[in-house]
Structures are given as C-alpha cells and as structure tokens.
Design a protein around this ligand. Structure first.
Ligand code: SF4
Ligand code: SF4
Length: 63
C-alpha cells in the first residue's frame, strides 16, 4: 500500500523494516511500530535523507 501524507511517500510493500531511514531521520518523523513504518508529516523537515538511504526504494518524494 502506498501512503501519501506529506513530503515522503511510503511504499510499504517495498519496506523490509530495516530501520535505516529511522536512523537518519533527526526530527524523528519516521519510526517502526510493530510491523509497520510510520511517517509523521508534521515532524518532517523535508531534508531528503531518508530517500537517499533506503535500500529497497520504499521511500519517494511526494506530490
Ligand atoms: S525527509 Fe528528512 S525529516 Fe522527512 S522523514 Fe525523511 S529523513 Fe525524516
Ligand atoms: S530504509 Fe527503506 S526498507 Fe528500511 S525501514 Fe526505511 S523505508 Fe523500510
């Protein structure tokens, strides 16, 4: 499922919950909750770091 909420669009079907994006997101806009990656658009500063680091290309810049 693709979820568009803000700057980052998460394609959960490509995410293996490796945690790399969570580690680089300084404002803590990304977190793993159970078996899902959660993205909080309000906290996101649109730095783009998570888009670069995802090995599964599960993250994309939103509309
Ligand atoms: S763009 Fe930056 S602030 Fe936004 S979720 Fe990605 S790493 Fe976090
Ligand atoms: S870096 Fe990519 S694969 Fe890893 S948890 Fe984040 S979105 Fe999922």
């Amino acid at each position: 499922m693709v979820v568009a909420e803000g700057f980052v669009v998460v394609d959960a079907s490509r995410c293996d919950l490796c945690g790399a994006c969570v580690a680089v997101c300084e404002p803590l806009a990304l977190r793993i909750e159970g078996s899902a990656l959660r993205y909080e658009a309000e906290a996101c500063t649109a730095c783009g770091e998570c888009l670069i680091c995802c090995p599964g290309e599960a993250l994309a810049e939103g509309p």
